[in-house]
Design a binder for this molecule. Structure first.
Ligand code: AMP
Length: 557
């Protein structure tokens, strides 16, 4: 039984499998490799992918996108009257990919390797594993996205050397330094920001459009915000092909013109580049390599297709980066290859991938300035090779102390409250005079990037072992079973028949965005098409579909 590889992206998700000596990208029901990570509730139907994406404009209250950014939090997302955890919405996307894979492979799929941003923390990783479980998938392994990209990339060109992989997606940036030597792919250092990606460009462009017309983006209706964000993303993508773009859009019946070029883009997105620059510098510094040691800088992820990203890296490093052959697909290909390695595929048996812990893990200890702020005591340092384990010893603060509370953090900062709190561990200790207890705290960080900690003071009866229950965010087995049943109810019953569902959704979205005669004509065509579909009038269906598609192409700027 195949182990599939999934790139569960902020914007788009992809699935692939390693078969017959190569990775195969698996198409969805529309024949596309990219499935938008968007879900939309339509009555009893849960729509996932391109159709749901169209509904971001027509039905923003029932539609959700970019929920990967909320993974690992308990922030609920509402679709109509129902509310969902981020991992439930991710599970709906995974279910769709699982079904597509089953159709393609002609067999049931039960196991997957899912990629996550290297900078995903413990909570976000646990939520991703849960999303897999909710979708009926055993998650064989979580693989860091840049490691997956490096794995697929090294199989693609097979050249040895040290590479900087700049993976810029819809919502995250990961920079990794990878050493490829013979069949060993060693991730040497990673640095990243899981809140920086293509979406930030879209927001900055949308704000720029608003500034040009004295509008406040934040005060606009959600529907208008969605239209502007769509327009911003579209113009951003066109700027990857053209020097300038000019658009007209309408707000409150007023026609507004927008002119954009890459120079404007650089100016309004300066902050994004400053943040990205810091991440590149840190990855290099941590790896101990210099720019001149690099074989190549490899660009991966949708946002890396922007010429401004290439300019930025060239001016930062003095080296011209190279766009990967398939920047959108490379992460899912790497996850697929890893699935093949897990299946012990004969062709991959000599391949070895070593990964690292992207951030430091430690506990809070009291400081001596009397300001009551805990300071960070590292136990596993960032860039330690996985699996990694380490023990540090601590002592008691006062005479006769009977328990200690160990607060666990992830991050690099001196004060704990500037780092991310992961959870806490309470330990009973033998009452002894202050400074005489010897409390051993052991952290083990596994290849999936999940942390297990245990602590003890040597007294057998006080030994504890605990898997982190980070801020109680994780679901119990009963909750998972219940949620699996709930999600089952939302199957996408509607057949996506010859793209008709997508054409209707797109038509309705363009209808919402237009006015006047064009809108009237579009409305008529949509009604005729819906009627032809409802009575299965094939001849008219085909005719009207062509007419509608042609008309939508004209209207959909
Ligand atoms: P990923 O998460 O790797 O699928 O990347 C998705 C992000 O890449 C989204 O923000 C897209 O808008 C962006 N993107 C995709 N294609 C292009 C392009 N040709 N030019 C600029 N950005 C793009």
């Amino acid at each position: 039984m195949a182990i599939i590889g999934i790139d569960l992206g902020t914007t788009n998700s992809l699935v692939s499998v390693y078969r017959n000596g190569k990775t195969e990208q698996i198409p969805n029901a529309l024949g596309e490799y990219l499935t938008p990570s968007v879900v939309s509730l339509d009555g009893e139907d849960m729509l996932v992918g391109a159709v749901a994406k169209e509904r971001l404009v027509t039905n923003p209250g029932e539609t959700a996108a970019a929920f990967k950014r909320k993974m690992g939090t308990d922030q609920k997302i509402t679709l109509g009257e129902k509310s969902f955890l981020p991992q439930e919405l991710s599970a709906l996307v995974l279910k769709q990919l699982k079904e597509d894979a089953e159709k393609y492979l002609g067999e049931e799929v039960k196991e997957a390797v899912i990629s996550v941003p290297a900078y995903f923390n413990d909570n976000q990783r646990a939520a991703t594993k849960e999303a897999g479980l909710l979708a009926g998938l055993k998650v064989e392994r979580l693989i860091n996205e840049p490691s997956a990209a490096a794995l697929a990339g090294s199989m693609e060109h097979g050249e040895e050397g040290v590479y900087l992989v700049f993976d810029f997606g819809g919502g995250t940036l990961d920079v990794s330094i990878v050493d490829v030597f013979e069949n060993v792919i060693e991730i040497v250092a990673v640095s990243g920001d899981n809140q920086l990606g293509g979406k930030d460009f879209d927001e900055k462009i949308a704000e720029y459009l608003c500034n040009c017309h004295n509008l406040d983006f934040k005060k606009l209706e959600p529907k208008i915000q969605a239209v502007l964000l769509r327009l911003a993303e579209k113009s951003k993508q066109e700027l990857s092909e053209k020097e300038t773009v000019m658009y007209h859009y309408e707000i409150d019946g007023e026609d507004r013109g927008v002119f954009l070029n890459n120079e404007v883009l650089v100016k309004c997105c300066e902050e994004i580049f400053t943040r990205a620059g810091r991440i590149v510098s840190r990855a290099l510094k941590d790896s101990g390599y210099q720019v001149q040691d690099l074989e190549d800088i490899v660009l991966v992820g949708g946002s890396s297709k922007m010429p401004v990203v290439s300019y930025f890296l060239t001016s930062l490093t003095g080296r011209k980066p190279k766009l990967a052959a398939s920047p959108d697909e490379i992460v899912s290909q790497g996850a697929g290859i890893y699935g093949g390695m897990k299946e012990r595929n004969e062709d991959l048996k000599d391949l070895l991938l070593t990964d690292i812990c992207p951030f430091t893990l430690g506990i809070g200890v009291n400081n001596r300035n009397g300001d009551n702020r805990l300071v960070f005591s590292p136990i596993i340092e960032r860039n330690s090779v996985l699996p990694s384990a380490n023990t540090e010893r601590y002592t008691n603060m006062y005479d006769g102390q009977e328990k200690v509370v160990l607060k666990v953090y992830q991050g690099e900062e001196y004060y704990c409250d500037d780092n991310l709190f992961l959870g806490e561990l309470e330990l009973k200790i033998q009452p002894v005079p202050a400074g005489q207890a010897s409390i051993a705290v052991t952290f083990a960080y596994d290849i999936n990037g999940i942390l297990v900690a245990d602590a003890g003071d040597g007294a057998k009866e006080n030994a504890v072992q605990k898997v982190f229950v980070s801020k109680n965010l994780r679901l119990s087995q009963e909750e998972i079973d219940r949620k699996v049943k709930e999600l089952e109810k939302y199957r996408n019953h509607r057949e996506i028949n010859g793209h008709s569902e997508l054409i209707l959704a797109r038509g309705r979205r363009v209808f919402a965005e237009s006015t006047g005669l064009n809108r009237q004509r579009l409305g008529e065509l949509l009604r005729q098409y819906e009627y032809a579909l409802s009575i299965h009038d094939r001849e008219n269906m085909v005719k009207l579909q062509k007419l509608l598609e042609g008309f939508l192409e004209q209207l959909d700027v």
